[in-house]
Design a protein around this ligand. Structure first.
Ligand code: MRU
Length: 358
């Protein structure tokens, strides 16, 4: 499996996703500040991977703390949490992971643990977040395989693969799960301007796995669907609101609209940690805007005048009515996503699942 992120005793090590596929370079972060910077600058990206990185960064930062005395240690801990929370605003897994670290800290403090014991507990919690994410992705893959026909041409957008998670992937988890279940799968990977996660990362992962993959520019998916060459779409998510509206990489919304027009089922694959019940609908999801340079340049090559005005939202929101199902580690939610009881879903309501997870 791909080594997205690994904790070493005195560092958090991650593959530099900005450099792929041209070079496999590993970045060693030796402080919490360096981990935060790596998240912000997209050394590591993808909602679940960001959450894991933040948790490991917090654990690393506190492991290296020289503070004695629980009160001072606690003050430093909350500062490091704030540092992580300020990195990227849309992926809710980041805040979910930070909350988990805070709960672990709270439990340790309530149990009267020493600073050294709290450090151990934070390390264990971060590793658990990592390991559970891999398990979730594998379960998503197993559930998702059921919606993939025997011969399937699957379109995906951005990278929701092993690189975007602790391993295996969500949308790519579904693809991997389908392949493992014996389906004959071919993939169309949208290149995903401006950061090219599809062309650079998804294609890299799938080609490595020997899965038949064709990269297309983002403006080709409509034509492809019109020609009847896509059987289903599966994408990841950065935040799923309580009503099922889903924020994902910019361009996802357009793909969903096209899929609806061409009667192609459009699925979202995500762990429960991506579902945010505190956000009622997509209109309340904060959308990160990134530097205009990502649009004016492709790599180091300038493709638009430097002084042109640029709009660069990193995500868009797909209304729940376009989504055929949300594939999670507990099963597949089906529309309508908010109408309560169990009849609405194969596995219960989103709220019930979140509740059962506590
Ligand atoms: O800006 P990025 O590369 O972090 O955006 C990533 C995505 O939009 C992914 O599709 C999403 O985080 C799901 S990853 C399993």
């Amino acid at each position: 499996m791909l080594p997205t992120i690994v904790r070493e005793v005195d560092a958090v090590v991650m593959i530099d996703q900005r450099k792929l596929p041209a070079a496999e370079v590993y970045v060693r972060c030796t402080t919490a500040k360096e981990v935060a910077r790596a998240i912000k600058t997209m050394v590591i990206r993808g909602a679940p991977a960001i959450g894991v990185a933040a948790a490991m960064g917090i654990a690393l930062g506190m492991r290296k703390s020289t503070t004695t005395g629980t009160q001072k240690f606690a003050a430093e801990f909350y500062k490091v949490c704030e540092l992580m929370a300020a990195t990227r605003p849309t992926a809710v897994n980041l805040f979910w992971a930070i909350d988990r670290m805070k709960r672990a800290f709270g439990a340790a403090a309530a149990a009267g643990e020493s600073v050294d014991q709290i450090k151990d507990r934070l390390d264990r919690e971060a590793q658990a977040i990592h390991d559970e994410d891999v398990a979730s992705c594998r379960a998503i893959g197993a559930f998702g395989a059921a919606v993939v026909p025997a011969d399937a041409r699957i379109l995906t957008h951005c990278n929701a693969g092993a690189l975007a998670t602790a391993g295996y992937g969500t949308a790519l988890g579904v693809i991997r799960g389908a392949v493992e279940a014996g389906r004959n799968v071919t993939v169309f990977a949208d290149e995903t301007r401006p950061f090219l996660q599809g062309a650079r990362l998804t294609a890299w992962e799938l080609v490595r796995d020997g899965i038949h993959t064709t990269v297309i520019a983002d403006n080709m998916s409509g034509s492809l669907m019109r020609q009847g060459r896509v059987d289903l779409v599966v994408v990841g998510a950065d935040r799923i609101a309580a009503n099922g509206d889903t924020a994902n990489k910019i361009g996802t919304y357009g793909v969903a609209v096209l899929a609806r027009e061409h009667n192609v089922p459009f699925y979202v694959a995500a762990p429960l940690s991506t579902i945010d019940l505190r956000t009622p609908d997509g209109g309340h999801i904060p959308v990160e805007e990134r530097s205009g340079r990502e649009v004016t340049h492709v790599g180091v090559t300038q493709v638009a005048p430097k002084d042109a005005k640029i709009w660069n939202p990193a995500f868009d929101v797909t209304p729940h009515r376009f989504i055929a199902g949300i594939i999670t580690e507990k099963g597949i939610f089906r529309a309508p996503y908010t109408e309560s009881p169990k009849s609405a879903f194969e596995q219960g309501t989103i709220a019930e699942l979140q509740e059962s997870r506590k």
